[in-house]
Ligand binder design. Sequence first.
Ligand code: C5P
Length: 239
Amino acid sequence: MNKGEMLYEGKAKKVYLTEDPAQAWVEYKDDATAFNARKKGAITGKGELNNQISAFFFRFLGEQGIPHHFIQTLSNREQLVKKVAILPVEVVVRNRVAGSLAKRLGLEEGMTLSVPIVEFYYKSDELDDPLITEDHIRLLQLATTDQVNQMRKMALDVNGHLQKLMAAKGIQLVDFKLEFGLDNEQRLLLADEISPDTCRFWDTATGKKLDKDRFRRDLGDVEGAYREIWNRLGGEAHD
Ligand code: C5P
């Protein structure tokens, strides 16, 4: 497998073509952005850690029956995935109040939600990724009703599996964001990445934030927090 032409460069990853039109080569970068790239930086080691953490989560979710894009890791910061057309909808699942939910509804950070909630956001840098309803998704034709139902169900299934996995490692899954894509047979697959960039993880014993909020809020030791997640998942033992 060879790395071909660069297809796309995002905030945290570069995507390349391969000789197989059904597969893409993803390279995880150390670059970090927040607040729609109004805050920029780099976190040493982030690319390698997120590549490995994301690979671990996708393998785990695959074992639980969730269809996904991940194929294999290629190097410390690269992985091979199925090429998909990403739907322009970000799906967020929340178990506790944090981030934009606290701000939008004036709720205190940390409040436990009795039932997880699912939110949809429109992936649009120009519009700052606004919160949207299912009717908006239909209006903009971002996904079909069936795809929306599937995304909601898969997101809640992912939540159940990840919550249980992380709880056993002494970590609370506060919230996370998923992206989905369609493969060349129009199958809906879980795609993009699952990492401390896209999830909020709080240490169960101390409440310490072990995710990108350390970067967003200048809490320090961002790399240490990402490494802690990797170590709790078994870290180097997977290599
Ligand atoms: O900022 P907000 O509270 O809406 O984020 C909810 C969850 O989605 C967090 O875990 C955050 O890291 C993730 N997220 C993301 N990419 C975005 C927006 C949110 O990974 N563009």
